[in-house]
Write a protein that binds this ligand. Structure first.
Ligand SMILES: [Zn+2]
Length: 132
């Protein structure tokens, strides 16, 4: 059963990932600085925030704490691993498993998108969420 809202959500995440992947400025900034200024954005439904980009195994089963210590209710059946500045999804309850099959992301603008769960991991190098 594919409903119009599902298509809209998939399209939305698809567009987001395209924008981030093909954004030329994000690649530029990391190369110019020489040092790593990578941040990790987590998108859950309408909520978008930075999560700590530190090695470890994590999940989105309950609350997710952002870099400011604020809790965000996620409640998604998703496991992910951060290792050496790469992010990969190791488990998800979604039907298509695209997120699990996406290779680990490491570069500015890279994204792992789980459209059925409305979740996305995006590596950000240009303080996209500065306004918050
Ligand atoms: Zn998925």
């Amino acid at each position: 059963m594919v409903r119009v809202i599902n298509i809209a959500v998939i399209l939305f995440f698809f567009i987001i990932s395209i924008i981030f992947i093909f954004n030329p400025f994000s690649y530029k900034s990391s190369q110019e600085n020489g040092t790593s200024n990578k941040k990790l954005i987590l998108v859950v439904e309408q909520d978008t925030f930075y999560i700590p980009f530190k090695d470890g195994e994590f999940n989105l089963y309950s609350n997710v704490v952002d870099i400011n210590g604020k809790k965000h209710p996620a409640y998604k059946s998703i496991d992910y691993i951060i290792k050496d500045e790469t992010v990969s999804v190791t488990h998800s309850d979604c039907a298509n498993q695209i997120c699990v099959n996406t290779p680990a992301i490491s570069k500015c603008g890279d994204a792992i998108v789980c459209a059925p769960n409305k979740v996305a991991f995006i590596i950000d190098c240009k303080d996209t969420l500065k306004a918050e």
